[in-house]
Design a protein around this ligand. Structure first.
Ligand code: URA
Length: 442
């Protein structure tokens, strides 16, 4: 077999078979296929797409390129959740403890922020002392004792994705549905859970900007998951507006704790409860409606918050911070972004809100950048709100005053204000499962 012939076949719109995809992934990971040939293949896939079979075979080959985690030493049904990435998306910090408090195990491997989107590992590391790098045996032990552990990807998990993602990043081939689906699902399959709930974001702050693209991506990922023998469903949720008010690592942990205490922003609480209900339903705990009420109860009775505290303690984090937010790292400076006109907020460029937080150093511009756990934004006004000229739209937090000018301008430009009140937005657009698709009206 020759890589040249596979590129030629894909260029002409042909379908690669399992053997060919095995040859390609294996050869690339071993360094036998050079970056220039793989770049040409990625661009051919970008333009010609991949069938469901091709995407599934590519995903399986990527998943098997390194270690496959065996979670069988942990008793019971293990369920995972993955978000395609968003701004202010801190749902894992809420959902994980909710589900674990109800006895469903969560052995979660999470990532760091990517581009304008945040990552759970960066958020957890804002809790002083919290260890996200833990040996496999200890990770299993914490899941067994507490019901949940969240760690960064360790060992040799999906090396094919590490190499391919880095190449996609510099060859303008990230935004390809089969490549995103195989990248995400290879990591989920290798992580070993029995059930996988996908939170596919849609809107201006998501990788997929349109509902139709998000549905196509969700269908592909669900097909891969169920084809690989996992219980897999997806919810399409809104990312046209940041989720909650806080963007930035310590600020987001503080906001998540508010929700776990039965308070917090309504949109964040609702999306978290719907995803938690989906995970519980996947684990066979009842109908989606019953599971929603069970999840809600863990916020009311404090059991989900207790579970977050136990996980934090087990992973070395300072639990006192969760009760006393002033113990989190604090930004030295704040700055207010003021509205330049009166009216209703009719649009928020959510990707730009994420970039503004990166400019404050809440995220990374380059892979090797250090992030500032205290930095970020607290929005005071969001989509649909009425605002008067001179009123505060958001408060910025940073450790260096010089960062405010560029970040403030970016954030101000992200808001569009107009005279007429916009229509309310849905939070959940659709549910995709192996047996079909439901679109929600409101
Ligand atoms: N997240 C991933 O893990 N992979 C992609 O390709 C895009 C988002």
């Amino acid at each position: 077999m020759r890589m040249y012939d596979l590129i030629e076949k894909k260029k002409r719109g042909g379908e690669l078979n399992h053997d060919e995809l095995h040859y390609m992934v294996d050869g690339y990971v071993k360094g036998e296929i050079p970056d220039y040939q793989m770049s040409a293949m990625l661009m051919a896939i970008y333009f010609n797409g991949m069938s469901d079979d091709e995407t599934t075979f590519l995903t399986l080959e990527m998943a098997r390129s390194g270690d496959m985690v065996d979670l069988s030493p942990i008793e019971g049904f293990k369920v995972d959740k993955h978000s395609t990435g968003g701004v202010g998306d801190k749902t894992t910090l809420i959902i994980g403890p909710v589900v674990a408090a109800l006895g469903v195990r969560v052995a979660k491997m999470s990532g760091r922020g990517l581009g304008h989107t945040g990552g759970t590992i960066d958020k957890l590391e804002a809790i002083p002392g919290f260890r996200t790098s833990i040996p496999r045996e200890e990770f299993f032990d914490i899941v067994g004792r507490v019901g949940i552990a969240v760690a960064g990807q360790s060992g040799n998990l999906v090396p094919a994705d590490k190499k391919l993602y880095a190449l996609r990043d510099v060859t303008a081939t990230v935004d390809s549905i089969p490549l995103i689906a195989s990248s995400i699902m290879s990591k989920k399959l290798a992580a070993g859970s029995d059930g996988i709930v996908l939170d596919v974001k849609t809107g201006s702050g998501a990788f997929m900007k349109t509902l139709e693209d998000s549905v196509t991506l969700a269908r592909k990922m669900v097909a891969i998951g169920t084809g690989a023998g996992r219980a897999c469903t997806a919810l399409i949720t809104d990312m046209d507006v940041p989720l909650g008010f806080a963007i930035g690592n310590a600020l987001e942990v503080i906001e998540s704790v508010e929700v776990l205490k039965g308070k917090g922003p309504e949109d964040l609480r609702e999306v978290s409860l719907r995803l938690a209900a989906e995970m519980l339903h996947t684990a066979g705990r009842g109908s989606a409606g019953e599971c929603y009420h069970m999840a809600e109860k863990t916020l009311r009775d404090g059991s989900a918050f207790e579970t977050l505290k136990k996980m934090t303690e087990a992973q070395g984090g300072d639990v006192r911070c969760l009760e006393n937010p002033e113990l989190f790292p604090q930004a030295a400076f704040t700055s207010e972004v003021k509205a330049q006109q009166s009216g209703y907020i009719v649009h928020m460029d959510t990707e730009a809100c994420g970039i503004a937080s990166v400019l404050l150093r809440a995220g990374r511009s380059r892979k090797e950048d250090e992030i500032d756990p205290a930095a970020g934004i607290v929005l005071c006004k969001k989509y649909g709100d009425r605002v008067e000229e001179g009123q505060t739209l958001a408060v910025l937090y940073a450790s260096d005053r010089d960062l405010f000018e560029a970040a403030g301008k970016k954030l101000l430009d992200a808001y569009r204000i107009s005279d007429s009140r916009p229509e309310a937005k849905k939070l959940i657009y659709a549910r995709i499962s192996g047996s079909g698709e439901v679109r929600y009206e409101a």
